[in-house]
Design a protein around this ligand. Sequence first.
Ligand SMILES: [Zn+2]
Length: 725
Amino acid sequence: MSFPTRLRFFSLFCVALTLAALGQTTAKLQTSDTILTLEAGSASPRLASLTFPGQPTWENRASESLIAFVEISGKQAPLNWTFNREASQISEQQVAFVYDSATPHLRLTWEWRVRQAYGPIEHLIRIENLEAQEIWIPMQDSLAFNWQIDPQSPLEHFFVEKGANTPSPIGTHRVALTEGYSWIGTSSTYGDLRDDEPREIIPWSLVQRKDAARTGWYAGIEFSGRTRISLTREKNSLQGALGLNLDPGPFRTRLTPGEVFETPVVFLGGFRDGPDGAGNVLRRWVRAVLGNPETWKNPNYPLVVNNSWGGGMDINEESARRMIRDAAELGVDMFHIDAGWFRGVGDWYPNPQKFPHGLAVIADDAHQHGLRFGLWVDWTQAGLSTEPGALNARDPKVHDWMVTDLPADWKPEPFKGQTIDLGAPEAKQWAQQEVERIVTDYHLDMLEHDGYLVAHGCDRTDHPHAAPDPLNLCIYKSWGSYWVDSSNSTDVSYHAVRAYYDIYSTLRKNHPGLLFEVCADGGRMVDFGSAAHGDYFSITDTYDPLSNRRAFYDTSHVLPSAMLESYVEKWSTPRIDNFRYMLRSGMMGWLTIMIDTSSWSPEQRAEARREIDLYKKELRPLIRDANLYHISPRPDGMHWDGIEYWDAHRQGGVVYAFHGTMEQEKTHSFALQELQPSARYRLRYFDHSSPDRTSSGRELTERGLQVTLPLPNSSELIFIEAETN
Ligand SMILES: [Zn+2]
């Protein structure tokens, strides 16, 4: 970074500290997109306002609602919070207002921090038990606000679903936020487990004014446990809250002497230019703040992968070696063994019939072919194997880690067992050692976790989390696992998720460069907490071209494209155009091919090689670094859809164009974004569906980029480059 750049960097931060007559302390934190004014009242703090520079301010009328009591020895004790000016800290990048309660003795820290010169600002609340005995605290939201609004002002609410299981027909929601609007969106690690539950959101929401600059604010949650975001509009008020999920309740969590409760970290940012304007800042911020620098340092990230699930559970040494040779020939970066390699669920040792020489020799073979080696492990699932080293649900030593007593006839499914509660310290310790052993012994470059990693609920009374309410306890079975629903479910997830984060932080420290795939039954754990602890997400569990494009369309509003993995599975491709369409539907982010590639015809092989080469040379740099625009409505499979990547530094980009099943719609125009009206651009149609030509930025923005594809289920990639002369 050159010296003048650094000066600019720091000039973006400005902090004001004023001691007003009423003893109020005010501070300001700022990035290029977000200005927050923060006030310390005598009994509670307040986010006073949020502004996108140069645009109208959102004024907040509500002080932060701090917990009003704790429970000690079964009795409620009220809290009186008092601002502690001496202990509070204000710096250019952080504000921490401290509040104390004398009796019972607790300390609360209300913290905001700037992590980059641009983008949103983070917030969390810490509550420390300074008593000499155990206390119980009720729900403390991460953030609650009450924006003062003009009752007449038109507002829009924008949010996206997870691609869990199968992307729904809607996925990306753009809703008029009118008088009386009342909404709650929830997220957990096991969304859409049951059909009677509403679809989960990626824990994030955006509210936009319908003004010319399309400005507003957005907020998200950096936590994978049970969380919720709420929004209500009534007259001149827009109220909302972000934090742990209150339902089912009442929530309570234990604090041992000296222990600290931390609310899930949330971020809050201003934006302009609508959801894509917000997304282009947020994705960059996620990469810089939450992403793993070791991972992004590798110019080959995101990788091209060949995954063994195309052959199902039948993987063995011979087929693995064949897939490795084939993957290397195709130009793939990593060979990834999916389920089927192990002795049994919970028994994460190579099946001796399938892998008589173990797994390390397979990893070494991949390495000799210039490939990385990745492995699927459902490492929180117990089974019934009695082999040494196996996690056996009937073993008296581990029996208590199960979330409930299993019936005598319980059996695991072929690759699904009973989730253990990672929040139990001994279970966490076992899991830490087990993943360490797996990574080391099998020479892994990538570890994928799948299944339901975090317990859904737990009826144990001797775990650190709260006990369930025996009068409100529901136990049911799904996917070979028992699940518990009770008043303590949110607290169970709070402890288990923190244990999961600890386990992966330690593993990452011990193995720099090791990659983590966050799967959780395809797209159930897509949130900003797992973004901070993993390297990429399986974004859906349905792998046809339309589902892949839908899940990408939704998820790419908030997370870096490089982190968004599409599994491309076998699909009917009578023509080579359909084959390209299938591959490219998974080539907008991280590409994993999940097809037995030996089934491909020579023509398909040649085409796949060419596409992988194109991906690595021309698409991957844009996927990593470029801005992304959703230049069509969400894919419906019938009409056209497309996305645009535009890299302002290179003055180049690409449009992915997809033609659905409607045969009569042979031509479509995509209105492009971010081009200079007066500049001229060279257009290169990669498949030569149209002759290459040049066009003005004005034409491409206003009349659009015209693409003609006569065949249904076909595609084109149009590379765009600014003319330099
Ligand atoms: Zn438990």
